[in-house]
Design a protein around this ligand. Structure first.
Ligand code: 0RA
Length: 657
């Protein structure tokens, strides 16, 4: 933040010098800056839906987190008020309020009203381009109907208010702080996001809590309190152990191979490197990486450095201890990542974020910094914890053998052509369209529903694949086991992508893969199994936005001659109430439990017709929470499962075909 202020002041100074007309010209420039934000908010915060609304929260909180990382702040309190206002309070040094000689206004006003350098444009949306965080709090100000900032420092309380980014008055000292008041310094920002920009998008407690939990794991010793006055909920996050606590948390429902996670923290020149890891007895990998507290979902140089250190050190250790014999091949990268839970967190100046979604760290020197740090510390850890070392290597060896078995199994089925798209499964009713971009695959539970779907579909672009019974619980099975399962093989063959090492998203035969299951418990379970399978083994299909969930209606309500399809209980109650209020005929209510209860025409009309249906796109906005959610889902009953669907599915209405 200090850096940001300097940048902002320097930029504004240039404007003044360049224009040569002093303060007036500068003021105009400032207004133009924030007008640009209001004109094209998407360029600064990605979007103007709920995600963008939350971005405002992250932007303000991140400034406070920076103050905490600099060692000046240990508590942040965020309140979601009933009337749409948000308050963010920190106990940092307080934004400087003194007048800047050349700007002729308070530094506080500069911070709040000058669009900071550092936000990069283009691409798919908001990205952090450098410095320690986002686009600057002036963007939040520009996109708020009203914003009030209050600074405590030097014994005084200073305040300024803005409307849509424009100051209502100068910064004022509005009072003295009682010397006995424990709150002597800090910054309080209170804002009301502009409804003209964000419509009726709303804050989600779970989303905010999840993000703040993550922030606290990544910033040892920081406490964040989140208060939601709408529902009277309150949570407080504080993790003494930082990323070690994070690893323990991710492993909390798993059986770990040894009690204490490995941890290293090193400063390599300007780079700060922190890594923690712990193995568990599952087959999955949950490695999450961060750069300047930003989740790098596509990895990058820090992850490459980590991986090569891990593979090299474990191989060296396995040979040295004689667990791996001379004749044995080296453990592969995949072998050493089975059952691995790890957090890689780096902090650096001028972070370069690359790739289409800017989820990949690009700074080349970081690979070496992480590699050296992890290699040295991990070698020492294994020396000091030989029983942990032995368990880890045994686990890797088992993984290596299983992978060999899987390779053999796959080669066998591939030779038979079972995963080859040239020999499509007999159960698949394919569409006539050959362009994947225009084709849809409905995965349907059960033969009878499959029959209705086949008759009801538009065969030009809709293919139907009925699946029988429950697919295997893939969370608990390796790829080789799964490929023995007929339903899985059929599904992979129909999609055409292959799986595992041979996966190729370019071969996906349908750009919409739609899961259509009954609206009952069994249907929910099958949907969860399928989602888990996609998440663990075909994640790219979700990432690319190709996976959807069909929404069959729950009820048919007939009021006189009018027919209504109703998709949830709230809508049903509303409709019945409306009908009762209007008097007239008693409504007839029919509940649909299964897809099979609808005839083909009804299925088309309610669930499959692109002009009328609603389908939910499955997204993975946050790999960390998705990872946890899947663990939770597989061990739990229905309510948490439902939450997953709600949180990670976004509505897509009336797609054009
Ligand atoms: C620059 C300098 C100083 C504090 C801050 C920025 C600061 C910014 C924010 C934003 C939210 N909370 C914040 N807290 C502090 C301190 C300069 C000094 O007192 O020496």
């Amino acid at each position: 933040m200090a850096q940001e202020i300097q940048q902002a002041v320097a930029k504004a100074e240039k404007v003044v010098k360049g224009a040569g007309t002093g303060y007036g010209a500068d003021a105009i420039q400032v207004l133009e800056g924030l007008e640009a934000v209001r004109k094209r908010p998407g360029m600064y915060i990605g979007s103007t839906d709920a995600r963008g609304l939350h971005h405002l929260m992250w932007e303000v909180a991140d400034n406070s987190v920076d103050e905490a990382m600099a060692g000046h702040c240990d508590t942040i309190t965020v309140t979601i008020h009933k009337d749409g206002w948000i308050t963010n309070v920190d106990n940092g040094r307080g934004i400087p309020v003194g007048e800047h000689a050349k700007m002729r206004k308070s530094a506080l006003e500069v911070v709040m009203t000058v669009l900071h350098a550092g936000g990069k444009f283009g691409g798919s949306g908001y990205q952090v381009a450098g410095g320690l965080h986002g686009v600057g709090v002036s963007v939040v100000n520009a996109l708020s109907e009203r914003l009030i900032v209050e600074v405590r420092r030097d014994g005084g309380i200073y305040q300024q208010e803005y409307k849509r980014g424009k100051p209502v008055a100068k910064v004022k000292r509005i009072g003295d702080i009682d010397p006995s008041d424990p709150y002597q310094h800090g910054t309080k920002t209170k804002w009301l996001a502009d409804r003209e920009i964000f419509g009726d998008a709303d804050y989600l407690f779970e989303t905010v809590a999840q993000r703040f939990r993550e922030t606290c794991y990544l910033t040892k010793g920081l406490r964040i309190r989140l208060i939601d006055e709408r529902s009277d909920r309150e949570v407080s996050f504080y993790f003494e152990g930082g990323i070690v606590s994070f690893v323990r948390h991710l492993n909390r429902n798993r059986v770990v191979l040894y009690p204490r996670p490995f941890y290293v923290q090193r400063q390599v020149n300007a780079y700060n490197v922190e890594v923690s890891l712990q193995y568990n007895d599952s087959y999955g990998e949950s490695v999450h990486s961060f750069a300047n507290n930003i989740n790098t979902v596509d990895g990058g140089t820090h992850v490459s450095g980590f991986r090569s250190a891990l593979t090299r050190i474990l191989n060296e250790y396995a040979r040295k201890t004689g667990i791996l014999k001379e004749k044995d091949a080296n453990l592969s990268g995949e072998d050493v990542r089975e059952g691995l839970t790890a957090i890689i967190s780096v902090k650096l100046p001028d972070a370069q974020f690359e790739g289409q979604t800017k989820g990949k760290l690009g700074n080349a020197d970081m690979a070496g910094a992480v590699q050296t740090s992890v290699a040295e510390a991990l070698a020492a850890f294994l020396e000091e914890n030989p029983s942990a070392g032995k368990r880890i290597i045994d686990k890797c060896l088992t993984a290596a053998r299983a992978r060999e078995a899987a390779r053999n199994a796959r080669e066998l089925v591939q030779r038979k052509g079972a995963l080859d798209s040239l020999t499509l499964p007999g159960k698949l009713a394919d569409c006539s369209e050959r362009d994947p971009a225009k084709s849809e695959l409905y995965i349907v539970e059960g033969d009878s529903a499959g029959g209705s779907a086949k008759q009801g579909r538009d065969r030009r672009f809709q293919a139907i694949l009925p699946l029988r019974g429950k697919i295997l619980n893939v969370e608990k099975a390796r790829l080789d086991k799964m490929l023995q399962n007929n339903e899985i093989r059929t599904l992979v063959t129909a999609m055409g992508t292959g799986i595992g090492e041979t996966f190729d998203i370019g071969k996906l035969r349908y750009h919409r893969v739609i899961i259509m299951t009954d609206a009952d418990q069994d249907g929910g379970h099958i949907r969860t199994l399928l989602l888990t399978f996609f998440f663990r083994h075909l994640e790219q299909i979700i990432r690319d936005g190709n996976l959807y969930i069909a929404q069959p209606p729950l009820y048919r309500v007939q009021i006189g001659k009018e027919k209504h399809w109703v998709y949830d209980d709230a809508a049903k109650d509303a409709l019945l109430q409306k009908s009762a209020a209007a008097g007239g005929k008693e409504p007839e209510l029919q509940r649909y439990k299964g897809l099979g209860e609808m005839n083909p025409d009804q299925l088309w009309e309610t669930t499959m017709d692109p002009q009328a249906r609603t389908i939910l796109q499955v997204t993975l906005e946050d790999a960390v929470s998705a990872d946890q959610t899947f663990d939770m889902l597989m061990g739990n009953a229905v309510p948490p499962r439902y939450r997953f669907i709600q949180t990670h599915a976004k509505e897509v209405v009336n797609l054009d075909v």
